[in-house]
Design a protein around this ligand. Structure first.
Ligand code: OOB
Length: 548
């Protein structure tokens, strides 16, 4: 399998370099520079751990050497499956420094997803915590190595059980400290890591991001969001997500020489005490969590007044909620509309309230090219909804190792088809209207209808299944699965249990199960899955309205 690359047409690459967007810096060099400049300042806080920039830098060095000692090579891929613990940060900087590519899995992912990432990414190693949230990742590691023998090594950030054939991160670091290997700095145009896509059609795709392009977004995000060396960023959402990673996120904080505080959970119970104790100034939330925080804040015994800015994104924030953020939490709201493939939009801190409340911001870069087109690819007038296509200095040109998805998702002239329906307003601000494709955006977690339908069809008592998104007051959207039973009707709980038993993330378990005798068909005969899902959604909403 080839090493992941992203190669922009030379004319565009030259332009982005000349404009100073791509500065030639790598992640490894970035951390080294910050450690030299303010080595004694705190970089990462989490649990009982408090690492300065100098300590983080030394750990990253040891991890890089330890990985190379163990036979991993620059360009190799490693699945990183870690919750919000300080080791997340030391591990990825160790990998960056060795030129080895982390592939970020979410803590919620289970064997089926991890196997898919390891296989499509051609991963040679798996780095996981011992346990988190009542789940033991060491069991997953054993199953992964059985299924994907290419994953030769398992590194556990935590403790081993007796007879576990793995190495601990602590042991790897000790090996690295004793090693004389000198890691070779990758090029800034190299791919630094693989992100995973929301997976609108079928399984998640792998997103290769280069040092140059990603560091550009950090630098600009910091400027736009007011992240400085004096900021304290709280990682409340799982930091493997692109949003809390880089908009401006914990990597923005490291770029600024600021402090990163990691919360084991995004709940107010976990986050609020950390805000008071560490003097947190900034965090990022998805809309449903924002609601929970707004609800909890007035009665909380923790002081939250250090908090100045909250980025909210990942799913649509409704204006009625947006309007209440400043009064409820005493912070400036910043809406973020972004995607792991690249393009990120922000409302600016000094934008008028109307813009902050009613739009999802405008692009980071003057060279982000945004096209809004109708179903035939023709541009629509400003203010009218259309498909959002984009290219620019940090939006990818292709997924890794997936020709079919690339043919679908990119135009011949290099635009990424986002799948989002948006309107462009004066000043280039975008308003998200909806989506063209069938995924469910459940509190910011993206679920592919097709992926879940495939698992449901494997159930012996399922004749046919359709998964649709239903508007939900709390989650934004919830997932509802319609099932035509085969033979005896299964129980709804059995269907949910089935999805769990398939080794999938918990957020993919259907929120609602509805049994139907058949799917309606138009007079013309069979209808597309897309039309079918739309018809089922309308049907359910009608019957719910009637019963309300
Ligand atoms: C972020 O990244 P992904 O890759 O998990 O999901 C991207 C998709 C977008 O295409 C859009 O459908 C939806 O998530 N989305 C929003 C939104 N922000 C993202 N829909 C409505 N309003 C918003 N504010 O979710 C992500 C990546 C970087 C920064 C922020 C979010």
């Amino acid at each position: 399998m080839e090493i992941p690359r992203q190669i922009w047409p030379e004319e565009r690459a030259a332009r982005y370099r000349a404009a100073g967007y791509w500065s030639g810096e790598t992640f490894g060099a970035m951390l080294r520079e910050r450690a030299q400049r303010h080595g004694d300042r705190l970089a990462v806080v989490g649990g009982d751990t408090r690492w300065t920039y100098a300590e983080l830098d030394a750990r990253a060095d040891a991890i890089a050497r330890g990985l190379l000692e163990r036979g991993l090579k620059p360009g190799d891929r490693v699945v990183v499956h870690l919750p919000n613990i300080p080791e997340f940060v030391s591990v990825i900087f160790g990998l960056f420094r060795a030129g080895i590519l982390p592939l970020y899995a979410l803590p919620a992912h289970r064997i089926t997803e991890i196997e898919h990432f390891a296989t499509t990414g051609g991963a040679r190693a798996y780095i996981a915590a011992d346990g988190h949230d009542g789940y033991d990742y060491r069991d997953l590691a054993a199953e992964l190595q059985r299924r994907v023998p290419r994953v030769e090594q398992v590194i556990i950030a935590g403790a081993l059980r007796e007879h576990d054939p793995y190495v601990t991160l602590a042991a790897l670091e000790a090996e690295g400290q004793a090693s004389a290997i000198e890691p070779v700095e990758p090029k800034s145009s190299d791919v630094a890591f693989l992100q995973i896509s929301g997976g609108s059609t079928g399984l998640s795709k792998l997103i290769p991001r280069t040092h140059d392009a990603y560091i550009y977004t950090l630098r600009e995000s910091n400027r736009i969001c007011g992240m400085t060396a004096d900021s304290v960023f709280l990682g409340a959402l799982p930091i493997a997500h692109n949003f809390p990673m880089s908009s401006p996120g914990f990597l923005g904080a490291i770029h600024a020489g600021a402090r990163v505080v990691l919360s084991p959970s995004p709940s107010p119970e976990a986050g609020f005490p950390l805000i008071e104790r560490e003097g947190v100034t900034m965090t990022s939330l998805v809309p449903p969590l924002l609601l929970v925080w707004m609800e909890a804040a007035p009665a909380s015994r923790w002081r939250l007044d250090s908090l100045k800015v909250i980025q909210v994104g990942g799913a649509k924030l409704i204006p009625e909620v947006a309007r209440r953020v400043q009064p409820a939490l005493g912070v400036t709201l910043q809406q973020v509309f972004g995607m792991a493939e690249g393009l990120v939009n922000y409302t600016r801190l000094d934008d008028p309230d109307d813009i902050i409340i009613n739009t999802q911001g405008r692009p980071i870069s003057p060279d982000d090219e945004v096209l809004i087109v109708d179903d035939h690819g023709n541009p629509v007038p400003d203010g009218e909804p259309g498909h959002l296509l984009t290219r620019g200095p940090y939006t990818i040109l292709s997924y890794y190792n997936n020709d079919a998805a690339n043919a679908r998702s990119f135009t011949d002239d290099g635009y990424y088809r986002t799948g989002d329906i948006v309107c462009r307003l004066p000043g280039g601000y975008l308003q998200v209207q909806g989506r063209a494709n069938d995924h469910i955006n459940r509190a910011g977690e993206k679920i592919s209808a097709e992926e879940i339908e495939d698992h449901l069809l494997a159930h012996p008592q399922v004749f046919d299944a359709a998964v649709v998104s239903i508007p939900d007051e709390y989650l934004g959207e919830r997932s509802c699965t319609f099932i035509i039973p085969r033979g005896e009707k299964p129980r709804a709980v059995a269907i949910k249990q089935w999805i769990r038993s398939r080794g999938l993330a918990d957020f993919k378990v259907p929120d609602q199960v509805v049994f139907v005798e058949r799917f309606s068909e138009t007079a013309a005969g069979k209808i597309s899955r897309k039309e079918l899902r739309a018809a089922l959604r309308a049907q359910l909403q009608q019957s719910e309205e009637k019963s309300a």
